[in-house]
Design a protein around this ligand. Structure first.
Ligand code: V47
Ligand code: SF4
Length: 379
């Protein structure tokens, strides 16, 4: 808790800063413009930006800081898209490509049956030949073994790929997935909505509009989804702001996004030289600006896998209210050089939050608090 005296001093300091007008709007709960978002990105006054983001963060969540007991499963890295920033994927037939059999998938779920996992996060590449029945059986297999778990599976890119392959409407794919037990979609695949950057990095990928259409279709069917921004490569600050404004507009329309996740680009094994090397300063600023611009998103996630635990923990004072979760097996960031661990135990996550002076809250996929199970055994 910041004492009133200290808060007053911080407030006086912010009121004298170049961002004083933005502070007045944030304090009054008013929506910021894209120009103001860009000014925040261009300012070097990180502490003031963090102070502003923290005002919103604490207004929404107080000291609460969320984490989820989850498991990540990548069913395949074979992908037709060949995004240049992705060190995880392989073309069909290329060495290092894999597809999990349903038995291998079942084993991954069974291996962790003793842990009180509440969410299984499933993503993969856009495989050219896997039939839709594989995806349906994959979800059925998880639900047979762990009926109580929430399956958060398949990004908008995978859903659109399935629709094209199966010659079905997006809504038909989503409905079929919902019927077998998918409750939410992960936020991947949004990348950055700029056509300029997409042309350079992922010309074969689903368009920005296509991604937004899948998200909106899911929301209309009562499924919720997350949203991401991949930053720290060739995009400009203006393109980050435009991306956030597009998401804000979509959220105004549907209200179906659960959380926003700025994904810090990991460059190893990608051949991409970022315009500017990512730093703690740019990571924290991106989190803070997203908290300030995305006023209709309840949650901002500091994804420790990509940020590293130290920056993720610090981000809890720069707008973030969620650390994601235990994860366990992560390939996408680690194949691109992420130096974080691949797993944190619930105890480690809670210690990180407590050491930052925040209050840990275990949540489910939809941010409902979860009561720790009495017989819980962590991995
Ligand atoms: O869409 C690919 C990104 C995403 C790299 O919804 C990279 O809760 C960094 O979306 N460096 C998949 N990122 C991961 C994802 C995600 C992760 C955790 C939680 C949730 C959620 C979603 O990973 C891809 C792409 O944007 N990605 N390559 C890279 N080199
Ligand atoms: Fe495929 Fe996704 Fe990697 Fe792009 S980011 S190549 S769509 S797995």
């Amino acid at each position: 808790m910041v004492s009133t005296g200290k808060m007053d001093a911080a407030q006086r300091w912010v009121e004298r800063s170049e961002l004083a007008d933005i502070h007045n709007k944030v304090a009054a709960g008013q929506r910021l413009t894209g120009e103001e978002g860009l000014r925040l990105f261009e300012s070097r006054d990180l502490l003031t930006i963090g102070f502003l983001a923290n005002l919103t963060r604490e207004r929404l969540h107080g000291q609460k800081t969320y984490w989820v007991y989850n498991q990540h499963i990548n069913y395949s890295n074979v992908c037709t898209n060949g995004c240049r920033f992705c060190a995880f994927s392989r073309r069909s037939g290329e060495a290092g490509g894999f597809v999990l059999t349903l038995e291998q998938l079942a084993n991954k779920v069974r291996e962790r049956l003793h842990e009180p996992i509440t969410e299984i996060h499933v993503v993969g590449g856009c495989h050219p030949d896997l039939p839709f029945t594989y995806y349906l059986d994959l979800v059925r297999t998880i639900k047979e073994i762990r009926p109580e778990v929430t399956v958060k599976a398949f990004t908008g890119v995978e859903v659109a790929h399935l629709a094209r392959n199966e010659k079905l409407a997006i809504s038909e794919i989503l409905l079929a997935l919902k019927e077998v037990g998918v409750e939410a979609l992960p936020g991947g695949g949004a990348e950055v909505f700029s056509d300029r950057v997409r042309q350079l990095l992922c010309p074969e990928k689903l368009s920005s509009n296509g991604w937004l259409e899948v998200a909106k279709a899911a929301h209309q069917l009562g499924m919720r989804s997350n949203a991401t921004l991949l930053y720290g490569h060739l995009e400009t600050a203006a393109e980050r702001v435009d991306h956030m404004l597009s998401l804000r507009k979509a959220q105004d329309e549907t209200g179906g996004f659960i959380t926003f996740i700025p994904l810090a680009f990991q460059s190893a094994n990608t051949g991409i030289s970022p315009l500017e090397e990512r730093t703690g300063h740019s990571d924290l600023k991106t989190i803070a600006v997203s908290r300030l611009l995305l006023d209709n998103f309840a949650h901002i996630k500091a994804y420790w896998i990509m940020l590293g635990v130290k920056i993720a923990q610090t981000a809890l004072y720069f707008g973030a209210d969620d650390l994601d979760g235990t994860v366990m097996e992560e390939r996408i960031g680690h194949m691109a050089g992420a130096s974080s661990a691949e797993a944190l135990t619930p105890e480690e996550l809670q210690t990180l939050i407590l050491a930052a002076g925040r209050e840990p809250v275990q949540r489910d996929t939809f941010f409902k608090p979860v009561k720790p199970r009495a017989d819980a055994v962590s991995g």
